[in-house]
Design a protein around this ligand. Structure first.
Ligand SMILES: [Ca+2]
Length: 279
């Protein structure tokens, strides 16, 4: 027992124990902003805990673009991963965070329940061109009792042009997510099946098809590729696309308050220990 140790040794013992014991148990980042704010400011693969301490997930964090802190939830970069998949795959996520992947609708939904997020879509073509589109508000079924039943409905607003134009708001905002085996789009046809993708398809299906076929630039039949119509038109399949989310500044200040509360409660524990176990 600590009480049997001389006070100085007991303090040393606690000092040695606390940093190792407390940090891994208590630091379970929700997203890449938490990781950045904890001091890891290099882009790369990290673990996040959006569904609690027993369900870590690997995710790619973009810590460089426009201030960093971006949690990437969709990434196409070389065409090595098949994105023409069914509902369960899109709900749970697939691929690997170091390469091409989809983080999963349930995870994205859980994140947007916890903080207010913005959305950014970064695009590259095969000729070295780059562009992006930003949306100041992004969430999936934030008010639904059951988000999956609600179809992980997309809510975006506040478009800001980074040269790519807005290929999302008019058609995709307010739409449920659709896959070839779960048609929740408003068209008579099955948009996911016709355009070989999975997305929040809406009236006319889409003018952006980030999860479409990876077709290496210009291709003859329009709309089935990795399309962002307002930038490269319907018959150009992009080289690189990343969809990423970051808490807006209001939520960031909430995060800071949260960690201050954690520190306060830690101090409370220490004080409690000092009360109950006098050194
Ligand atoms: Ca349909």
């Amino acid at each position: 027992s600590l009480t049997s140790l001389p006070p100085s040794q007991a303090c040393l013992f606690l000092a040695a124990l606390l940093p190792a014991a407390v940090h891994p148990l208590m630091f379970q980042p929700l997203d890449c902003a938490d990781i950045y704010n904890d001091g890891s400011t290099a882009s790369g693969v990290y673990r996040i805990y959006p569904a609690g301490p027993t369900s870590p997930l690997y995710v790619y964090c973009d810590m460089d673009t426009e201030g960093g802190k971006w949690t990437v939830f969709q990434r196409r970069t070389d065409g090595t991963l098949n994105f023409y998949r069914g509902w369960e795959q899109y709900r749970r996520g697939f691929g690997h965070a170091a390469g091409e992947y989809w983080l999963g609708l349930e995870t994205i939904h859980l994140l947007t329940l916890r903080k207010k997020y913005e959305l950014r879509v970064d695009l590259q073509d095969f000729e070295g061109g780059r562009a992006h589109a930003s949306y100041s508000s992004f969430s999936l079924s934030p008010l639904a009792v059951n988000a999956e039943v609600d179809g992980y409905t997309l809510h975006i607003s506040g478009f800001q042009d980074g040269g790519a134009g807005d290929s999302l708001t008019a058609i995709n905002n307010g739409q449920k997510f659709s896959t070839f085996d779960r048609d929740q789009d408003p068209e008579n046809l099955n948009c996911a099946e016709v355009y070989y993708g999975a997305f929040w398809y809406g009236p006319g299906c889409h003018v952006a098809n980030p999860n479409g076929l990876y077709l290496w630039g210009s291709y003859p039949r329009g709309w089935v590729g990795v399309v962002w119509h307002t930038w490269k038109g319907s018959s150009y399949s992009l080289k690189h696309i990343e969809m990423k989310m970051r808490p807006v500044s209001l939520a960031l200040s909430e995060t800071v308050t949260g960690s201050q509360q954690s520190l306060l409660s830690l101090s409370d524990h220490e004080m409690l220990n000092q009360d109950t176990e006098p050194l």
